[in-house]
Design a protein around this ligand. Structure first.
Ligand code: ZN
Length: 152
Protein backbone atom coordinates (compact mmCIF):
# COMPACT_ATOMS: atom_id res chain seq x y z
CA UNK A 1 0.00 0.00 0.00
CA UNK A 2 1.38 3.34 -1.08
CA UNK A 3 0.62 5.91 1.63
CA UNK A 4 -0.03 8.83 -0.71
CA UNK A 5 -2.29 6.86 -3.02
CA UNK A 6 -5.97 7.87 -3.02
CA UNK A 7 -7.11 4.48 -4.35
CA UNK A 8 -5.20 2.66 -1.60
CA UNK A 9 -6.73 4.96 1.03
CA UNK A 10 -10.26 4.36 -0.32
CA UNK A 11 -9.72 0.63 -0.72
CA UNK A 12 -8.30 0.18 2.76
CA UNK A 13 -10.90 2.44 4.36
CA UNK A 14 -8.53 5.14 5.62
CA UNK A 15 -10.55 7.56 3.47
CA UNK A 16 -14.33 7.34 3.08
CA UNK A 17 -15.83 6.58 -0.31
CA UNK A 18 -18.80 8.66 -1.53
CA UNK A 19 -21.89 6.92 -0.16
CA UNK A 20 -19.90 3.86 0.90
CA UNK A 21 -18.45 0.95 -1.05
CA UNK A 22 -20.94 -0.34 -3.65
CA UNK A 23 -19.55 -3.86 -3.52
CA UNK A 24 -16.26 -5.64 -3.28
CA UNK A 25 -14.72 -8.95 -4.17
CA UNK A 26 -11.47 -10.47 -2.89
CA UNK A 27 -9.36 -8.32 -5.19
CA UNK A 28 -11.52 -5.41 -6.37
CA UNK A 29 -13.80 -2.67 -5.17
CA UNK A 30 -16.66 -0.82 -6.87
CA UNK A 31 -17.27 2.73 -5.72
CA UNK A 32 -18.56 6.12 -6.87
CA UNK A 33 -15.88 8.29 -8.46
CA UNK A 34 -14.28 10.31 -5.67
CA UNK A 35 -13.98 13.69 -7.32
CA UNK A 36 -16.53 14.02 -10.13
CA UNK A 37 -20.14 14.41 -8.94
CA UNK A 38 -21.91 12.48 -11.70
CA UNK A 39 -24.49 9.95 -10.54
CA UNK A 40 -23.71 6.40 -11.57
CA UNK A 41 -20.04 7.21 -12.33
CA UNK A 42 -18.54 3.98 -11.04
CA UNK A 43 -14.91 3.04 -10.49
CA UNK A 44 -13.69 -0.54 -10.56
CA UNK A 45 -10.38 -0.51 -8.68
CA UNK A 46 -7.89 -3.19 -7.73
CA UNK A 47 -7.15 -3.60 -4.04
CA UNK A 48 -3.50 -4.13 -4.92
CA UNK A 49 -1.41 -1.09 -5.83
CA UNK A 50 -0.71 -2.05 -9.44
CA UNK A 51 -1.00 -0.09 -12.67
CA UNK A 52 -1.92 -2.45 -15.43
CA UNK A 53 -4.25 -5.25 -16.34
CA UNK A 54 -1.11 -7.10 -17.48
CA UNK A 55 -0.15 -7.48 -13.80
CA UNK A 56 -3.38 -9.29 -12.92
CA UNK A 57 -3.13 -12.77 -11.47
CA UNK A 58 -5.31 -15.44 -13.01
CA UNK A 59 -7.71 -15.13 -10.08
CA UNK A 60 -7.92 -11.36 -10.63
CA UNK A 61 -8.55 -11.82 -14.34
CA UNK A 62 -11.53 -14.07 -13.70
CA UNK A 63 -12.90 -11.93 -10.89
CA UNK A 64 -12.48 -8.77 -12.94
CA UNK A 65 -14.70 -9.73 -15.85
CA UNK A 66 -17.39 -11.10 -13.57
CA UNK A 67 -17.46 -7.92 -11.47
CA UNK A 68 -17.33 -5.68 -14.54
CA UNK A 69 -20.20 -7.59 -16.12
CA UNK A 70 -22.34 -7.44 -12.98
CA UNK A 71 -21.67 -3.75 -12.40
CA UNK A 72 -22.39 -2.73 -15.96
CA UNK A 73 -25.56 -4.84 -16.04
CA UNK A 74 -26.81 -3.32 -12.79
CA UNK A 75 -26.11 0.20 -14.02
CA UNK A 76 -28.50 -0.57 -16.87
CA UNK A 77 -31.19 -2.40 -14.90
CA UNK A 78 -31.16 -0.42 -11.67
CA UNK A 79 -30.09 3.04 -12.84
CA UNK A 80 -31.41 2.93 -16.42
CA UNK A 81 -28.03 3.88 -17.90
CA UNK A 82 -28.15 2.79 -21.54
CA UNK A 83 -24.62 3.75 -22.58
CA UNK A 84 -21.34 3.85 -20.71
CA UNK A 85 -17.71 4.44 -21.65
CA UNK A 86 -15.00 2.18 -20.21
CA UNK A 87 -11.77 4.10 -19.69
CA UNK A 88 -8.56 3.03 -17.99
CA UNK A 89 -5.38 5.09 -17.92
CA UNK A 90 -2.25 3.05 -17.31
CA UNK A 91 -0.32 6.19 -16.42
CA UNK A 92 -2.38 6.50 -13.22
CA UNK A 93 -0.61 5.21 -10.11
CA UNK A 94 -3.26 2.65 -9.13
CA UNK A 95 -5.42 0.55 -11.45
CA UNK A 96 -8.93 1.90 -11.74
CA UNK A 97 -11.37 1.50 -14.58
CA UNK A 98 -13.96 4.18 -15.20
CA UNK A 99 -17.50 3.08 -15.91
CA UNK A 100 -18.52 6.47 -17.20
CA UNK A 101 -22.28 6.86 -17.72
CA UNK A 102 -23.92 8.85 -20.49
CA UNK A 103 -26.82 10.89 -19.15
CA UNK A 104 -29.24 12.87 -21.38
CA UNK A 105 -27.95 16.21 -20.00
CA UNK A 106 -24.51 15.41 -21.46
CA UNK A 107 -25.72 15.61 -25.06
CA UNK A 108 -25.07 19.35 -25.24
CA UNK A 109 -21.43 18.74 -24.30
CA UNK A 110 -20.71 16.39 -27.18
CA UNK A 111 -20.25 12.73 -27.96
CA UNK A 112 -17.69 9.99 -27.45
CA UNK A 113 -14.29 10.16 -25.79
CA UNK A 114 -13.58 13.81 -26.60
CA UNK A 115 -16.70 14.83 -24.65
CA UNK A 116 -15.60 13.24 -21.38
CA UNK A 117 -13.27 16.02 -20.26
CA UNK A 118 -15.78 18.85 -20.91
CA UNK A 119 -18.50 16.81 -19.19
CA UNK A 120 -16.31 16.27 -16.13
CA UNK A 121 -15.41 19.96 -16.01
CA UNK A 122 -19.06 20.94 -16.37
CA UNK A 123 -19.99 18.56 -13.57
CA UNK A 124 -17.28 19.96 -11.29
CA UNK A 125 -18.56 23.48 -11.90
CA UNK A 126 -22.32 22.89 -11.89
CA UNK A 127 -23.10 19.75 -9.93
CA UNK A 128 -21.42 20.46 -6.59
CA UNK A 129 -24.84 20.93 -5.01
CA UNK A 130 -26.39 19.15 -2.06
CA UNK A 131 -29.29 18.13 -4.30
CA UNK A 132 -26.96 16.45 -6.78
CA UNK A 133 -24.90 14.89 -3.99
CA UNK A 134 -28.09 13.24 -2.75
CA UNK A 135 -28.76 11.91 -6.24
CA UNK A 136 -25.22 10.53 -6.46
CA UNK A 137 -25.64 8.78 -3.11
CA UNK A 138 -29.09 7.45 -4.09
CA UNK A 139 -27.54 5.79 -7.13
CA UNK A 140 -24.83 4.25 -4.91
CA UNK A 141 -27.53 2.95 -2.54
CA UNK A 142 -29.55 1.40 -5.36
CA UNK A 143 -26.50 -0.40 -6.73
CA UNK A 144 -25.49 -1.57 -3.25
CA UNK A 145 -28.97 -3.06 -2.74
CA UNK A 146 -28.92 -4.90 -6.03
CA UNK A 147 -25.47 -6.34 -5.29
CA UNK A 148 -26.62 -7.66 -1.93
CA UNK A 149 -28.74 -10.20 -3.78
CA UNK A 150 -25.72 -11.78 -5.49
CA UNK A 151 -22.74 -10.82 -3.28
CA UNK A 152 -24.04 -10.66 0.29
ZN1 ZN B 1 -2.60 2.49 -4.49
Amino acid sequence: MATTCLSCALTHGTKDTIGGVVTQSSNFQIRQDYSVPISGFMILATKRHIKSIDEFTQEERLEFIELLYNTRQKMKIVLGIETIYLIQEEDAAHFHLWLFPRHPWMEKLGQKLKSVKPIMEWAQQNLQTSENREEVIRAVEKLKESFKAIMP
